[in-house]
Design a protein around this ligand. Structure first.
Ligand code: OGA
Ligand code: NI
Length: 374
């Protein structure tokens, strides 16, 4: 491993666990560090293998597909074409930018502002939400995998469970309460429409994925990536695939999001008003690898803050229906295409995913049937 000069500066006595605990106790997040005026990132944030992950892959000019959803309604002459485009994107990239999707651009901007307002409000008020208990309806912290991941990412996040059991309005922070409720209605509707289009893209009846409960849970994660004084040493979000069925992401104009496609990191540039749609691990599992849950990451940058909000379609830990079992869909299997994965409950999958942390590997590897090394 090539060590950068900065990495060599880590004190030999560095005790990661106590550094993590001290940072956690301050409850002020990465933003708190930046506000205190630091010019070097603390050792817990240094990713020692970052250079290896940058080597051998370059950002190429190729682009993830953009798909206009205008005319996605049933009986519209465009619907079949849209289904074809979605099928192609989900099979090859696992990612696409959706435009003309029905969520007003003003509401997307307002939602991004709402996430930003939450992170930039008075620290004493924000601290009241700091928690690692992800069963609460709304919490904020730095990295859900803080104590298990090999290195910490340069990011703070707010988490909000909106479905199947929506929070009481008073459980949400006042600075973004109304917009969270309003945006959730629209993003849920779009997610359900996409699940219908994806069902058809798989050759299944329109309501198949919804009937299985793929649209039941909605978990919102609002990220805040402060400007980083040493972006060459850390990640904003290290390489990972998402855990749910699908994710719908909105981002501000800063950029830095990339997807791994054919072993190349490809930028996903901000496109005003667009929603980035991607396949999550659970949809890859039930489609037996037909749809791809691709690795993606966010680079740390000198510029910032960057704000984004991911709407993850899956249930969480506590809900009754989190015990429903998911395995490769019988309809998609054949002698030539046998099941690759075991059956799993959402609760089991999410528990494994959280324990493993964002370590650059897919959580799906753990659920492969013996002898299946596709
Ligand atoms: C995520 C994610 C990317 C971003 O929340 O899973 O990949 O742009 N976010 O913040
Ligand atoms: Ni992600």
């Amino acid at each position: 491993m090539v060590m950068t000069s900065e990495a060599k500066e880590i004190p030999a006595t560095f005790d990661r666990k106590s550094e993590l605990e001290a940072f956690d106790e301050a409850k002020a997040g990465v933003k708190g560090l930046v506000d205190s005026g630091i010019t070097k990132i603390p050792p817990i944030f240094i990713h020692h293998h970052l250079q290896d992950q940058m080597d051998g892959k370059s950002s190429t000019p190729c682009m993830i597909p953009s798909i206009s959803l205008e005319g996605m309604e049933e009986h519209s002459f465009r619907r079949d074409e849209i289904i074809k485009e979605i099928k192609e994107a989900c099979e090859t990239w696992g990612f696409f930018q959706a435009i003309n999707h029905g969520i007003p651009t003003g509401l997307i901007d307002e939602m991004i502002d709402g996430v930003c307002r939450f992170h930039e409000q008075d620290t004493e008020v924000k601290k009241q939400f700091y928690s690692r208990d992800m069963t609460k309806p709304f919490v904020y912290n730095t990295n859900f995998d803080f104590y298990t991941a090999p290195s910490t990412n340069w990011r703070d996040t707010m988490y909000c469970t909106m479905a199947p059991d929506p929070p009481k309005p008073e459980e949400l922070p006042q600075v973004c309460r109304d917009v969270l409720m309003e945006y959730s209605k629209y993003v849920r509707r779009l997610g359900l429409s996409l699940l219908e289009l994806m069902s058809e893209a798989l050759g299944l009846p329109k309501n198949h994925l919804q009937k299985m409960g793929c649209g039941e849970g909605l978990f919102l994660v609002g990220h805040y990536y402060p400007a980083c004084p040493q972006p060459q040493l850390t990640f904003a979000t290290s390489s990972h695939s998402d855990s749910g069925f699908i994710t719908l992401l909105i981002q501000d104009q800063i950029g830095g999001l990339q997807v791994l496609h054919e072993n190349q990191w490809v930028d996903i540039p901000p496109l005003p008003g667009a929603v980035v749609v991607n396949i999550g691990d659970l949809l890859q599992l039930i489609t037996n690898d037909k749809f791809k849950s691709s690795q993606h990451r966010v680079l740390a940058q000198k510029i910032g803050p960057r704000t984004s909000l991911a709407s993850i379609f899956r249930t969480h830990f506590g809900e009754a229906n989190a015990s429903k079992v998911y395995g490769p869909l019988k309809e998609l299997l054949s002698d030539k295409n046998p099941a690759i994965y075991k059956e799993v409950t959402v609760k089991e999958y999410v528990t494994h995913y959280y324990k493993k942390g964002l370590d650059g590997t897919s959580g799906l590897l753990h659920f492969k049937l013996d002898g299946q090394n596709v």
